[in-house]
Design a protein around this ligand. Structure first.
Ligand code: UGA
Length: 352
């Protein structure tokens, strides 16, 4: 029997990649909802894809009806950009926590399987050199550092979902994305600084020939994971109903791609030069250093090191990421360069 999957946030970065992979490589049906469909526009028409343009905080009946109707629920609607944790902490709480809690409760009520995005942020400033799903401490800063509202919201949801698993046998899998990058990550053409995550921010800086700003010198490290590797893992989780993935937590990350933010900036500038439309801009892009306070304001606190343990996914899901750092950067830039608007803007800025 074909699986019926509900994807909330089907037009997001992870949602759109997951939706297209399912429609391309599996025979499952997808019921999706999102505020718009611009990232799904290029999908070939498919009878197995049912999409509605809507807001999960408004179209509540549609959401509940489809939780009832589907086999698996994947709620991917969330604010996931650190600049917004510090400027709109209550919006993060309302959407990432409150709106998602109601979906979790529908899954409990109707006995549906839940595949829920936790986050690499959940480990906070954990002292562990390699972050383990079951043993690493979760360490956050003081309340004034509002950045942690995202991690705290996600942590409480992880605990709520876990508790529903223990008490009500909720069938769930929690996955923790570690700095996924790839096509459709953020809007690179958005000129406002700080509106996207680091890699797309750097690419946007190259596009607009603005200096790349390294927060506190760019010594902090992240492990970047290419979206196709991540989607492979999610498909394996979706396939493993009631077995290896049930009531488990998996880091989805690529420890081999642990690089400093300075290194990421240098690689981005170097690889952007391979694309004729970006070459001149990339050659003209400088790197400067700014303090975290200057860049994000006083409510921010950074994470210095973030390396995932992936033994659980390797052992129980047979999954291993394979895309190295430069390939991940190159493929992502290639995607953006192929977008008409992006290359038109790049050409116009190069000419001007
Ligand atoms: C991210 C976001 O919270 C989420 O996307 C997600 O839950 C999680 O982590 C993840 O993707 O794993 P973070 O890695 O801190 O958090 O977010 P980025 O905005 O991508 O920043 C990474 C690092 O680059 C930070 O240390 C930041 O200070 C630095 N940065 C960012 C710069 O040096 N310059 C910039 O212009 C932007």
């Amino acid at each position: 029997m074909s699986l019926k999957i509900m994807i909330l946030g089907a037009n997001g970065f992870i949602g759109s990649a997951l939706t297209s992979a399912i429609l391309r490589d599996r025979d499952w049906e997808v019921y999706g909802i999102d505020l718009s469909d611009n990232k799904l526009g290029s999908l070939p028409k498919n009878d197995r894809f049912h999409f509605v343009e809507g807001d999960i905080t408004i179209n509540k009946e549609w959401v509940e009806y489809h939780v009832k109707k589907c086999d698996v629920v994947v709620p991917l609607v969330a604010i996931a950009n650190p600049a917004q944790y510090v400027t709109h902490p209550l919006r993060v709480f309302e959407l990432d926590f409150e709106a998602n809690l109601s979906i979790v409760r529908h899954c409990v009520k109707y006995g549906k399987r839940l595949i829920f995005p936790s986050t690499s942020e959940i480990y906070g400033m954990s002292p562990d050199a390699v972050l383990d799903e079951e043993t690493s401490p979760l360490v956050y800063g003081p309340i004034e550092k509002q950045r942690w509202i995202y991690a705290a919201s996600k942590q409480l949801l992880d605990r709520v979902i876990y508790a529903y698993g223990v008490r009500d046998n909720l069938d769930y899998t929690l996955f923790r994305p570690f700095n996924f990058i790839g096509p459709n990550l953020d809007n690179v053409e958005e000129p406002k600084e700080g509106s996207s995550r680091v890699f797309t921010q750097f690419l946007s800086n190259v596009l607009y020939r603005r200096p790349i700003k390294l927060v506190d010198g760019g010594r902090q490290k992240r492990s970047f994971t290419y979206i196709d590797d991540a989607i492979e893992c999610l498909l394996t989780i979706l396939e493993n109903a009631n077995s290896r993935a049930s009531r488990r937590i998996f880091n989805i990350g690529n420890p081999a791609n642990c690089v400093s933010i300075r290194d990421l900036a240098e690689r981005t500038i170097r690889i952007a030069q391979e694309f004729p439309v970006l070459r001149e801009s990339a050659l003209a892009t400088h790197i400067v250093e700014v303090t975290a306070g200057e860049y994000y304001g006083k409510y921010y606190q950074d994470i210095q090191m973030r390396v995932p343990a992936i033994a659980a996914a390797e052992r129980d899901l047979g999954w291993r990421p394979s895309t190295d750092m430069d390939t991940a950067i190159r493929r992502t830039i290639e995607f953006y360069v192929k977008q008409e608007n992006f290359s038109a803007r790049a050409a116009a800025l190069a000419g001007g």
